[in-house]
Design a protein around this ligand. Sequence first.
Ligand SMILES: Nc1nc2c(ncn2[C@@H]2O[C@H](COP(=O)(O)OP(=O)(O)OP(=O)(O)O)[C@@H](O)[C@H]2O)c(=O)[nH]1
Ligand SMILES: C[C@H](OP(=O)(O)O)C(=O)O
Length: 204
Amino acid sequence: MHVVVPFAADRPKTRLADTLDTDERREFADAMLRDVLAALDAVPRSLEVTVLSTGPVDGVDAAIEIDERPLTPAVNDRLGTAPTAVVMADLALATPDALTELFAAEADLAIAAGLGGGTNAFLARDSAFRVDYHGASYRDHLAIAREEGLSVREVDSRLLAVDIDEPADLAELLLHGDGAARDWLVDAGFELSVGGGRVEVVRE
Ligand SMILES: Nc1nc2c(ncn2[C@@H]2O[C@H](COP(=O)(O)OP(=O)(O)OP(=O)(O)O)[C@@H](O)[C@H]2O)c(=O)[nH]1
Ligand SMILES: C[C@H](OP(=O)(O)O)C(=O)O
């Protein structure tokens, strides 16, 4: 099975711009990518993993394809051969078990929602599926599957739902992560702030 991991190497994680500077955002994004690749590497089935990146990536043990086009056309170009999975590079809590559950689903489309309406991962077993990312893409992807007459399995996974986009997501990573991205945050001086409401992060 082919697995595509999209990665924005230029200007990654802009929604964290108030929290991390440009170089830090790239380092942090690289660490999350390494975590996702490590989780895929530990899935007990044969996967052919390609990082679909907008620019060069160093220090990862996977095939890299550079494609400077926006996310949707770049991914759609890779969906001609089924089965193909797409797993976002910012799923820093993804585990081999959570990914294995997604990959084991037998529907034409197995799909895992992200917080806030996005699509964090899917496996298309039918080449008629195509993506239309951004906005409420999860809803749009279900509609595309319906238009194409595809069977769908919605995979309910907290660990695949948490994409690290916004400062509040950093608390989830400090609470539940155990990989390179969590280590990067700790080394950068982030820690949990436990008050009366939701746990937040603060930087020393
Ligand atoms: N190849 C490719 N990957 C992208 C592109 N845009 C985003 N990605 C990746 O797709 C996944 C989801 O991206 P987003 O959360 O929408 O964008 P982001 O760059 O990570 O963060 P923001 O700038 O805060 O939106 C992440 O793994 C990104 O690295 C793109 O234009 N091309
Ligand atoms: C790419 C986009 O990611 P989000 O902006 O939801 O993180 C989506 O899943 O449609």
